[in-house]
Ligand binder design. Sequence first.
Ligand SMILES: *[C@@H]1O[C@H](CO)[C@@H](O)[C@H](O)[C@H]1NC(C)=O
Ligand SMILES: *[C@@H]1O[C@H](CO)[C@@H](O)[C@H](O)[C@H]1NC(C)=O
Ligand SMILES: *[C@@H]1O[C@H](CO)[C@@H](O)[C@H](O)[C@H]1NC(C)=O
Ligand SMILES: *[C@@H]1O[C@H](CO)[C@@H](O)[C@H](O)[C@H]1NC(C)=O
Length: 384
Amino acid sequence: MASLIASSVAATLLAAHVAQAQPAVSLLIDTGYASSGPLHVASILPAVSARKGQTFHFGSTYDTTEAPQSWFDTMFESFFKHVVSENGCKWDATEPEQGVSNLTECQACHSFATARGNSFRGHNTFWHQQMPAWLPGNFTASELVGNIIPQHVKQEIGGMGPSVTSWDVVNEVVGDNATTGMTALQCVLSKADWPTVTADGSGIPLVKDLSFIYAAFSTAFATAGPNTRLAVNDYNTGGQDAKTELAIGFQSHLTAAVGGFYTKSELATTFSTLAKLGVEAMITEMDIELATNSTAFLRYQAAIWGDYLDACLYASNCNEFINWDPRDDLSWRGLPAAATLFDGEGNPKPAAYEVAARFENFAAGKPEPCSTSSGTSVCKLSRH
Ligand SMILES: *[C@@H]1O[C@H](CO)[C@@H](O)[C@H](O)[C@H]1NC(C)=O
Ligand SMILES: *[C@@H]1O[C@H](CO)[C@@H](O)[C@H](O)[C@H]1NC(C)=O
Ligand SMILES: *[C@@H]1O[C@H](CO)[C@@H](O)[C@H](O)[C@H]1NC(C)=O
Ligand SMILES: *[C@@H]1O[C@H](CO)[C@@H](O)[C@H](O)[C@H]1NC(C)=O
């Protein structure tokens, strides 16, 4: 299925030791917040933003080709208020022929957002997957860095205009085994897969330094609106490690298992490190794979989602939170993974109610809840 291949992530995910056990967790929805019935996140978000002192953007992926449209219409009014095009803004869609801009699908997603009073985030200008067929081509390194990359980034970011909240300028450039002390180039993932190889069969990588990243970023910086955030977006990030040090967009494709997600305190440390540098953090592609679709795992999923959302809400520099794929039947991780907030029929799961409860708690000025994904032996929630 196109949308599965088309998801923004490579095969490697955060250490997925899928343990069969899951801790008993305590949730806000156990304490009197709604755990059934309608969800009112959209109406709570203005109060969330008021407490943050900045608009808080909470949303999900969307593509015009995804059915059922009526469900999207409802959910992007009442629950999600921020839109990311899952595939429509990638290089293969936006520059199918060299030098020919096609923003049709990217703009259609933007229009879908605007028509519902939602904001829009850009994903992505530069990635080693979903490249147009003409890349890699018969280009020199100087053509690539001096012309092809800048002209693509400029036509896309310029064409979409200054209202885009943030752009993933480079996506998944940092290798999994990046360690402190490596040269910057050593940290680059899948160098041979970048549009860097000649088409004449020689297979010689053209780019021997980070000039391609510099070309993308300097063009994005010159082209984007003054309030648009520019991100290095990457997976397996959030903790205290070398890979995380190079990213600011935390994809957060998680697994409900110890080691399959970062703890709230790890996230808080990472976000505050960035805040001290004057840099923003964002959760860009959250989903959580489950071993089974049992009540206990659905509760574990709700606890992890709640912890990630709280980590972002209570950080001074985190104002975008994106859920990757809005419902289980549309998830790139597959229906059995039950990795999203809404089930295969589009009904809210405990995680969706827990997210609403965390927003309500924050909007009401309450203190930060404890780390519920650690289990009830460590943390029990009560209504303050
Ligand atoms: C632009 O892309 C859309 C799909 O998003 C396609 O229908 C259309 O034919 C393309 N236009 C051109 C001129 O290639
Ligand atoms: C890991 O890093 C080493 C260099 O230290 C490199 O030779 C190797 O190819 C890298 N592996 C991957 C999967 O990136
Ligand atoms: C690549 O470009 C060079 C110089 O323009 C040309 O001589 C060569 O034939 C081209 N190779 C291919 C495979 O198109
Ligand atoms: C999980 O179970 C619920 C209710 O039994 C069902 O509606 C949903 O489709 C299931 N999801 C998956 C991924 O099996």
